[in-house]
Design a protein around this ligand. Sequence first.
Ligand SMILES: [Zn+2]
Length: 321
Amino acid sequence: MNNYSYVIGVDMGGTHTAFGAVDARGHIPCRGQILTGDYSTGESYTNALGDAINKLIEGNDLTGKVRGIGMGAPNGNMNDGTIAKAANISWAKTVAVPVAQMLTERTGLPCKLTNDANAAAVGEMTYGAAKGMKDFIVITLGTGLGSGIVANGQLVVGHDGFAGELGHVIAIRHNGRQCGCGRHGCLEAYASATGVARTAREMLDENPQKQSLLRNIVYRPITSKDVYDAAKQGDELAIKIFNFTGELLGAAFADFITFSSPQAIILFGGLAHSGDFLLKPLQQSLDKHILSVFKGKTQIVISQLNDAEAPILGASALAWE
Ligand SMILES: [Zn+2]
């Protein structure tokens, strides 16, 4: 690892872009952030980010010690370093912005860019549960469902850089719920924080006689966290919502496993912390649907990386490669 003892990890979200310097053991000694939405063009955003990174490096005496920048961003494309068709980023909705190249010009550091879920997969491989594994899948269960697939030790990115969109497989529910991508029946519309909240709404409406703690929430939309809190108190409807979600997710995982035969599927993100409420029905469904040659060979693991640090760690890991 020659003289460089740090990399910069950048986690770009719809509202904030957080970044930090990371050492080889995965410690983050210093960090910073800018607002993503404050800029009207990709250039002004990238310049502001580059300047903020330069300031972090100079201010913390890291000049000459940083190997490069790794960045995770919505629709970040590993093949050409651009962000394009990102629904929540005003300046990247219609044009492909070469963010990696622009950042390199501003900072003098090599920059690798990929989407958030791929960054999470590299993070698990470098610092987390997938250390030493060559075949695994990371599933991020947040607002949406993201996936990062590693096969033979390499991220699967495809010929156009966009591979691994397992949140948008539609085999699970034909003509099902409308998804943010415009199609119907995507896994993400069910198995994500948003999907769980939609299931809650549907089940409450379909079972008007059934009592549930969730009925007490009237002044704001129900969240997946509400469903979890209700399940913990033994609420039958909340438990049914998790059973339904786990069943769908387990069947989808059975399909994913037939594709790349992963050693593990690692779950990351808020919904992944629902414990056995989600894991039990998921595992049962997986065992029921899995092709017999794969039975019992893939572990389902919850990420042990800290939710607050993992996105920066994951992105930074790209820069060690
Ligand atoms: Zn979709």
